[in-house]
Design a protein around this ligand. Structure first.
Ligand code: ADP
Length: 575
């Protein structure tokens, strides 16, 4: 009967232990919370094996085994947590090999300090089974019997060892889980940092006034920033995945293609400027810096381009270049003025001196006619110098804005007739009478006829007679000066309701096209004047006088055929 009871007891014990093992296995599988699994284990072992308490120790940071879990039935179980287990240190070498320590009784074979500790804690029997995972010693399960000795059976030891294996797995899994959680958290942090950094860079890229885009080698756009969309007035969706090149002159397109093709791993960047044609027809300048991106095999995978509108910059450059050219021209003009004026003065002065000396020496020998000839030469030279001086003074005043404009009623017909008559007279008499140098010129070119014709009623105008005199005298004497012998000059005065048109047409040497636009600047002379004397001041004065009348001047000319100057002045410049 006893043996039956014993058999039944053993069977029951077997079932209970298996049940606990199953519970633990389930818990390990399903409960990610390690504390819960291990606490349940110590509690149940305590009950099942009827020990005073069961505990699990784990190494602290100094690798000392300290109590982490104590069965809740134990006295002062709370106070044991965190306490150091001297038995673990003493039996460390055995435990580290994965072998259990089984003490059915605490006896005198133990070293005194352990014995003392055991007495203090009232320990009578002890079993420690190490927790091993893949040959690593990661803790232990301790069973303590306080009130009586305990004969630990092989089956007890085996059971606790199996339990220890599952606990070790649970610990390992939990650590793995913890590691994963930490890694996950770290990754999330990294991802968040990346996201923030990406957002920051995106904001920088988007807030740029620079145009930024990326495109594949075949030109397909993969990225554009806001500035790019705004500049080309396009939606992002119209650009991404498309090829897009703005309209531009073919030369500029060829330049872009050439630059793009020159990109290589050795020279991955280049910068160039080109023009584009906006839909409004406006031409704008852009500057682009391209950077080619290559993969690890060295294949050209993408190009990143940063561009800006440099139209204003180009404009400023042009302005500076023009200003420099103007300055250069001005200094050239200044030096040409000095040589021109000194030459123009020296020639009449030499004539005056020579004629005066000849008259002094040969006065008594010469006929009246010969003397007169030299007097005329002196007078002509003086008038030429006077006129030159007048011209220099007039242009000086005009450029300083000091030329006076004093309009008064003028009978244009009578005014022009007088002017033509004076020119004719001076031509006939051979003297510089009313128009100084111009008269001289008229005299010199006495074989050129001026045909004056009137259209409309031009008797009632309000103009500055002096300035009008400058305009017409200069144009008419130029027409004579630059015309061949026997040439005819047409002078038309045409009046409309509100303006008077003075047209002076000659059949002279004409003006080369390239000289036409600068003709009204001081000291400008056309390249075909040859030895015909002049200062290049007359037309500049004409232009200033026309401007003061708020009028217009136009010139048409054909080389070797002739030139027509047309001056249009309002009948009343003050109105
Ligand atoms: P210039 O004293 O040299 O005649 P202007 O200022 O009167 O100076 O004229 C400027 C230049 O314009 C002349 O040097 C000449 O080259 C050209 N020009 C002016 N009028 C005529 C014309 N009727 N026929 C041909 N060239 C002319």
């Amino acid at each position: 009967m006893d043996w039956l009871l014993e058999e039944l007891g053993l069977a029951w014990q077997q079932v209970s232990r298996q049940a606990l093992l199953n519970d633990i296995i389930q818990a390990v599988r399903n409960t990610p919370i390690l504390d819960e699994v291990l606490q349940t284990t110590v509690n149940q072992v305590d009950v099942l094996l009827k020990v005073s308490h069961c505990l699990i120790a784990r190494p602290n940071t100094h690798n000392d085994m300290v109590v982490r879990y104590v069965s809740q039935t134990a006295d002062k179980s709370e106070s044991l947590i965190g306490s150091y287990c001297p038995f673990y240190r003493y039996y460390h070498d055995i435990l580290a090999l994965g072998k259990p320590v089984v003490l059915s009784s605490i006896d005198e074979t133990l070293p005194p300090e352990l014995l003392c500790q055991a007495h203090e804690d009232n320990i009578r029997a002890l079993m420690i089974v190490p927790l091993m995972y893949q040959n690593s010693y990661i803790g232990g399960i301790t069973l303590v019997q306080c009130n009586c000795l305990q004969k630990w059976t092989d089956s007890d030891v085996e059971f606790i060892q199996t339990l220890a294996d599952h606990c070790a797995i649970a610990i390992y899994q939990a650590e793995l889980h913890q590691q994963l959680q930490t890694q996950l958290a770290e990754r999330q942090q990294v991802e968040e940092a990346l996201r923030q950094s990406e957002a920051r860079y995106r904001a920088i890229v988007e807030d740029q006034t620079e145009l930024i885009c990326r495109f594949k080698p075949d030109g397909t756009i993969t990225f554009v920033n806001d500035a790019y969309c705004r500049y080309f007035n396009k939606q992002r969706s119209e650009l991404i995945g498309q090829t897009f090149l703005p309209t531009m002159p073919s030369h500029d397109r060829a330049l872009i293609t050439k630059n793009f093709r020159s990109l290589s791993q050795e020279h991955p960047t280049n910068t160039y400027e080109h023009r584009i044609l906006l839909p409004s027809g406006e031409i704008r300048w852009q500057q682009w810096s391209d950077r080619a991106l290559f993969d690890e095999q060295g294949n050209f995978i993408e190009c990143q381009a940063v561009g800006r509108d440099i139209t204003q910059l180009k404009q400023a450059e042009d302005d500076i270049r023009h200003a420099l050219e103007k300055e250069k021209e001005a200094s050239e003009l200044q030096s040409s003025f000095v040589s021109l004026v000194s030459h123009e003065f020296r020639t009449p002065l030499t004539i005056i001196q020579t004629s005066a000396e000849l008259l002094e020496h040969y006065n008594h020998m010469w006929s009246e006619e010969k003397k007169q000839k030299h007097f005329t030469r002196i007078q002509t030279s003086v008038s030429r110098m006077t006129h030159l001086l007048e011209d220099v003074l007039t242009i000086g005043k005009a450029e300083a804005g000091k030329l006076k404009f004093e309009p008064s009623p003028v009978d244009l017909v009578a005014f022009c007739q007088d002017l033509v008559e004076n020119l004719r007279m001076s031509a006939v008499s051979g003297h510089a009478l009313a128009f100084g140098e111009q008269g001289g010129i008229a005299a010199k070119h006495r074989d050129r006829a001026i045909n004056f014709a009137i259209q409309g009623n031009c008797t009632d105008a309000k103009m500055d007679e002096k300035l009008l005199g400058h305009i017409l005298t200069n144009l008419l004497s130029n027409a004579m000066k630059y015309s061949p012998k026997g040439g005819t000059i047409r002078f038309d005065l045409i009046s409309t309701s509100d303006s008077a048109v003075f047209r002076i047409q000659d059949t002279g040497i004409g003006i080369p096209v390239q000289d036409l636009d600068k003709l009204f600047e001081s000291f400008r002379r056309a390249s075909n004047v040859g030895t015909i004397p002049g200062t290049g001041l007359g037309l500049a004065i004409v232009k200033k006088c026309v401007d003061l009348h708020r009028g217009k001047i136009a010139v048409e000319s054909e080389l070797g055929v002739g030139t027509t100057f047309t001056v249009t002045l309002p009948l009343d410049a003050c109105a």
